[in-house]
Ligand binder design. Sequence first.
Ligand SMILES: Cc1ncc(COP(=O)(O)O)c(C=O)c1O
Length: 344
Amino acid sequence: MKDFIDLRSDTVTKPTPAMRKAMAKAEVGDDVFGEDPTVNALQEKVAKILGKEASIFVPSGTMANQLAIKSHTQPGDEVIIEATSHPYNFEGGASAALSGIQFYCLKGVRGILDASQIEEAIRPDDHHFPVTKLICLENTHNRGGGTIYPIQNIAEISRFARSKGLLVHLDGARLWNASVASGIKPQEYARWADSVSVCLSKGLGAPIGSVIAGTKTFIDRVHRFRKMFGGGMRQAGIIAAAGIYALDQHIERLKEDHKNAKRLALGLSEIQGVSIDPEHVETNIIIFDIAEIGMTAAQVREEMKKNGVLIHPFGKTLIRLVTHLDVSKEDIEVALKAFRKILG
Ligand SMILES: Cc1ncc(COP(=O)(O)O)c(C=O)c1O
């Protein structure tokens, strides 16, 4: 019996016994010297899955995004990004602090941009303006509610970017969710981006780790900055083994998380005063508004906690829920019962 049903994030999962076993028997070496066979195996595996020449293991999704931005840009450059994106909102202002870039934010529809918006954002070749260098996309889009980036939008944005000499970075922290839900292979999403970051410690359930993929030259540049950012790890095979295990065992099961999220969304939509469109729940993230109920999200969090369910306020009256490896079908019914009691 668990103490709480934790719907705050898919980052809260604990390694399974089988994953821990894989970690315990991992062969290791000093990865700063490139000598950890398990890290090397993980990097080869991810590069292959994403159809890229090379990849590099890093401690977090934040470091992955920030290393990509650092490696693609010069201080003073401008990076086009969606206004509710993770790098712009939730990475502590790192791109300004560590890369000296500025963001040009565009408002998307649940996080999704289209190519016509990009065109407007590109700066003219005039010394008054910053140099537009990079476009960052996020698939699935976290703040957008786990939205899957339509492949046509990605392709059009990428084609347009290439025609203008711009680079594209894809924040694929939950690319696995997008792929399982859409049936589009990670490689097909990745082919439109110059760099792709993926996380192993979100839906896939590994304790730590993200990977950045791209050309060999790009990854070599990232390797230099990874050292500079303090992300060079030593016997990291212990955690890379969890990542390999997660990639082999935990991708297909994401479908269950998506089914659970849909069930949760449908149940919530039946509560009077809850504003949610279950059609918008495409993967494992659910965002809904309780403005009409007359409670704040923080108050609901406290009440839900008393009922054994942890949730994440995402604004004054917005709540985010995320399904994952450690949330069962039965847990969803328990959570819904608590929501009905508190909000109904
Ligand atoms: C879309 C997205 N990108 C990047 C990150 C950052 O990952 P980390 O928490 O591993 O730094 C997150 C974290 O939730 C995320 O949702």
